[in-house]
Design a protein around this ligand. Structure first.
Ligand code: ATP
Ligand code: MG
Length: 390
């Protein structure tokens, strides 16, 4: 879609242009004008699909100009950016047919949601509506990377989903090695370095392709040399990914920093992975406290107990009581199958299909995809599905 941007603020212009360019399909800022009068004096020969008006330093006369402009570009969608100082202008704008009003300073997510609505009503549809699921180890070695990578493979091969896994470990990210013997030629750091190029083909070209529907974006192998990922890079990558993958799995590692927080903010569900032992439970409690303080709804936090053995001293009910979050799944302790798989870099489902670990991951695929179908059908089913201990 082509847009006309009316603003005196070069920084805002650059911001909207780069956010627009990162979209799929991109929103192209075809022209810029200094103000509404300038826009009326110099109309575009080819009408834009969207007109974005920065009303930060608008005055009373601008309401008339805005009305004239909406009549001139009668087929275009209008978006008004305002700092709330002009209620009169706002009312007149709404009457003139402006349907999207966004607050300044600009919140990127709000901008994209507004463009999504406009694109949907203009018939420019996003292709997929990918879900972002984060896996986070409550304690070192809980098994988050094993589960995230092998679950990604299972989702792609058993449920025929298009899956992307992003390794967000800051140091020693090794997710690709769990399921592949290929050395990544590109990493998250390379994508961040060339973030202006981000689109589906570019993202795909940076992945290690583990199976036809499953690609992994590797972590930077040398953090000292690497371009640091920034929260806005993560936004741009996830935006493209959501439109082209059914599931985007994040292997968060254990660090909580600006990047992992931004990633967690964008997730549809968080899967903390822990083992049924007191140190793990203590770490899990701290992690859940952080999530609560950040305002994450408990409903989105789904515990996975790894290396689970029935009949232990600690029971799943104790865990539920201690943490106040639901255990959605258990993965059994399966030393031989998992160690063989991890050591050879072959997904456990491929190496030992009948093993307890592989069967458990297949169950998790079923729980998750059933949940998604149910969510689509009826919100009530969401509460009934997939909550039992597997
Ligand atoms: N279900 C399981 N049964 C047996 N062994 C397992 C199981 N899950 C994981 N392991 C073993 O635990 C080790 C650590 O797992 P993994 O690397 O996935 O942990 P992590 O939570 O990602 O750790 P880190 O905090 O280092 O990122 C693996 O090398 C694997 O051999
Ligand atoms: Mg890990």
């Amino acid at each position: 879609m082509r847009a006309l941007l009316i603003s005196r603020d070069p920084q805002l212009h650059a911001e909207i242009a780069s956010q627009g360019a990162a979209r799929v399909p991109p929103l192209h800022i075809a022209a810029g004008r200094d103000g509404l009068r300038d826009a009326l004096d110099r109309p575009l020969p080819e009408h834009p699909g969207l007109v974005i008006v920065d009303a930060a330093d608008a005055d009373a006369a601008d309401a008339d100009l805005l009305e004239r402009l909406t009549r001139h570009y009668a087929a275009a969608h209008f978006m008004l950016l305002t700092d709330n100082h002009h209620p009169e202008l706002l009312i007149r704008a709404m009457r003139a047919g402006v349907r999207e009003v966004l607050q300044l300073p600009l919140v990127h997510r709000a901008l994209h949601e507004a463009i999504d609505r406009i694109a949907a009503s203009a018939g420019v549809t996003a292709s997929r509506d990918g879900k972002v699921l984060a896996f986070i180890a409550c304690k070192g070695g809980s098994g988050a990377t094993f589960i995230a990578t092998n679950f990604g493979y299972a989702l792609a091969t058993l449920a025929d989903k298009k899956v992307l896994l992003i390794d967000l470990h800051r140091q020693f990210g090794d997710a690709t090695l769990y399921v592949s013997d290929q050395k990544p030629s590109m990493t998250l750091s390379d994508v961040c370095q060339q973030i202006a190029r981000i689109d589906a083909p570019f993202l795909d070209s940076c992945l290690v392709h583990v199976a036809p529907g499953f690609g992994v974006l590797a972590a930077a192998d040398d953090p000292a040399q690497a371009v640091e990922a920034k929260p806005e890079h993560i936004d741009a990558i996830l935006r493209v990914a959501r439109q082209h993958y059914d599931y985007i799995l994040l292997d968060i590692g254990r660090q909580i920093d600006a990047v992992s927080l931004r990633a967690l903010d964008s997730t549809d569900a968080i899967y903390p992975v822990l083992q049924l032992a007191l140190p793990d439970i203590r770490h899990a409690r701290r992690l859940l406290d952080i999530f609560r303080s950040l305002g994450y709804v408990t409903d989105h936090i789904r515990l996975v107990v790894n290396r689970y053995e029935k009949g232990g001293k600690l029971r799943l009910q104790d865990l539920h009581a201690a943490l106040g979050a639901e255990v959605v799944h258990t993965v059994p302790n399966d030393y031989i199958a998992v160690t063989d798989s991890v050591n050879q870099g072959i997904p456990v489902l491929q190496l030992a299909r009948g093993s307890a670990a592989a069967r458990s991951l297949a169950d998790l695929v079923e729980v998750l995809t059933a949940r998604r179908v149910a969510e689509a059908k009826n919100g009530l089913f969401d509460r009934l599905f997939g909550r039992g201990e597997a």
